[in-house]
Design a protein around this ligand. Structure first.
Ligand code: AMP
Length: 505
């Protein structure tokens, strides 16, 4: 399969060639022709699958075809809107839009919070065809009447599950109310929670369903390992692993902002350069930390789940779960930061006795047992009892709050540092390539995804054909049951006991 067969125009094919892509990824093969036809899309694809190009390329083509005359004759109007959960992802999608659209006469801009609004207003005033935005700042613009969304023809909700997780549903609804009722809607989500299904039902009109392997269902390129260790010795073990392996670029996940800050400080104190990235950091700090990490000026980036969304770091070799996430799906997102685009990667989880239920929930979700290996000198003390994990989903200070948009006041107090463009990813290099799945392996992955990853959809029909692949969707389990440690299915108590033996339980 080549890009030439997907119906894309020459200007876009030239841009794709410049990027060095030769073969469309499965989500691109399925989504591009369907979007070009003008219909709505419900796509189950997560970051790392090539989903950005899958919606950007046909969106650019449709806009360039329908609006060529209009743009020439009168002021540009916003005709496509891409909503993303995080600023980093917005910046990356905007960069892709510009790269892919560089031979077309379309203008795009990105708007997100945490930076001065004035340059954004100036850009919008000059007229753009495409806006890539985070919901909060876009609403600010809409309220100030610095943007007119009444002529949007294409709406993309990118990583819609994350937007809902981050509490953006009301902002999204307010934005939807400002759009014309007739438009093309493209909804991309890595998971299908009940909330996503509800949103899809309200938003989409007879959508084409697209499902591709989650990048990490395959995980052929990511080796996963658990090191059982005592709660109090995790930092020591992390330092040991970094030193022993002489790791130069490690992304470390913690559950909370506080933990991220503390760990980053402790690593610095032990001579390992590190920075923390989370929702309380200003945009300028986040951009600086990410840049230092990408350029190898710091060895460790300590991140919370929300902050890490949208990070696309080429050839990231090591991801460490310093603390397992409270939500099993986040494990899948986390380890997706490594082994990207066909590169080899290693995901290591440091698991203490408190986290056995979380581990079992993750193993149930990914439908496989993760190899356990005790590092010499770090064997868990069997007398240590499990403690409740603070900041869990059931806790008032939990994850939802972390992702929530700061108050207006907090936002205006934020840094007014100018928005910095993300460093250009290498063109014509092999760094960004995604390995192409043959149709048969693609089908196998789909099967695995529907069986093991909770990706079943019951909307709008039970079986669908996508490019000759018959995909059967079953109603997904209620959200409650999918949360690790709270699962009601029979196996839920088995795994902790097995793993508990590693802790002397
Ligand atoms: P995404 O899932 O959109 O975040 O893309 C993940 C990475 O894959 C990005 O670095 C893209 O530049 C790269 N990519 C997208 N499409 C292709 C393709 N067809 N061939 C090789 N690499 C690609």
């Amino acid at each position: 399969m080549s890009f030439n067969t997907l119906g894309l125009k020459a200007e876009l094919l030239r841009a794709i060639e410049t990027q060095g892509y030769t073969t469309p990824t499965p989500v691109q093969t399925q989504a591009i022709p369907a979007i070009l036809k003008g219909g709505d899309i419900l796509a189950g694809a997560q970051t790392g699958t090539g989903k950005t190009a899958a919606f950007t390329l046909p969106m650019l083509q449709r806009l360039s075809e329908s609006g060529a005359e209009t743009a020439a004759k009168r002021k540009r109007v916003v005709r496509a809107l891409v909503l993303t959960p995080t600023r980093e992802l917005a910046a990356q999608v905007a960069e892709s839009t510009q790269n892919y659209g560089k031979h077309l006469a379309l203008k795009s801009t990105v708007v997100f919070g945490g930076v001065n609004i004035k340059p954004q207003i100036d850009k919008l005033r000059q007229g753009v065809d495409i806006i890539v935005a985070t919901p909060g700042r876009l609403l600010d613009h809409a309220t100030q009447k610095t943007v007119d969304l009444s002529q949007v023809e294409i709406l993309v909700l990118d990583e819609a599950d994350r937007m809902l997780d981050m509490g953006f549903i009301n902002d999204i609804k307010k934005i939807l109310a400002k759009l014309p009722s007739t438009r093309q809607n493209l909804l991309f989500s890595a998971t299908y929670s009940n909330e996503i299904k509800q949103l899809a039902q309200q938003l989409l009109n007879d959508p084409t369903l697209i499902e591709v392997a989650r990048q990490n269902t395959a995980t052929e390129t990511v080796s996963q390992l658990v090191h059982p260790v005592d709660r109090a010795r995790k930092r020591e073990l992390l330092t040991h692993l970094i030193d022993r392996g002489e790791w130069k670029q490690v992304l470390v996940f913690t559950r909370t902002k506080h933990s991220a800050n503390r760990l980053s400080k402790q690593l610095e104190q032990s001579g390992i350069t590190a920075a923390a990235i989370h929702g309380n950091k200003s945009q300028a700090q986040r951009t600086k930390a990410l840049k230092s990490f990408k350029t190898n000026d710091i060895r460790v980036l300590v991140a919370t789940d929300i902050a890490a969304r949208g990070l696309d770091i080429d050839q990231l070799p090591h991801v460490i779960n310093f603390e397992l996430p409270n939500v099993a799906e986040d494990y899948v997102h986390r380890i997706g930061r490594t082994g990207r685009a066909g590169n080899e990667g290693e995901a290591i989880s440091l698991v203490c006795v408190d986290e056995l239920k979380l581990l079992s929930g993750i193993e149930r979700l990914i439908n496989r047992e993760i190899k356990k290996e005790i590092i010499e000198g770090f064997a868990p003390d069997p007398t240590i009892k499990a403690e409740a994990i603070p900041n869990g989903r059931n806790n008032a200070g939990g994850r939802k709050q972390q992702g929530r948009r700061p108050s207006n006041q907090a936002r205006t107090q934020r840094s007014s540092a100018p928005q910095r463009k993300q460093p250009q990813r290498g063109r014509n290099s092999n760094r960004n390539k995604i390995s192409h799945h043959s149709p048969s392996s693609q089908e196998a992955h789909m099967h695995q995804a529907s069986d093991g990853m909770g990706l079943q959809v019951d909307l709008p029909s039970t079986t669908t054909e996508v490019n000759g692949n018959s995909i059967h969707y079953k109603p997904s389990k209620p959200k409650q049951a999918r949360r690790q440690g709270q699962g009601r299915n029979k196996g839920s108590n088995k795994k902790p006991r097995e793993v508990a033996s590693l802790f002397g339980g």
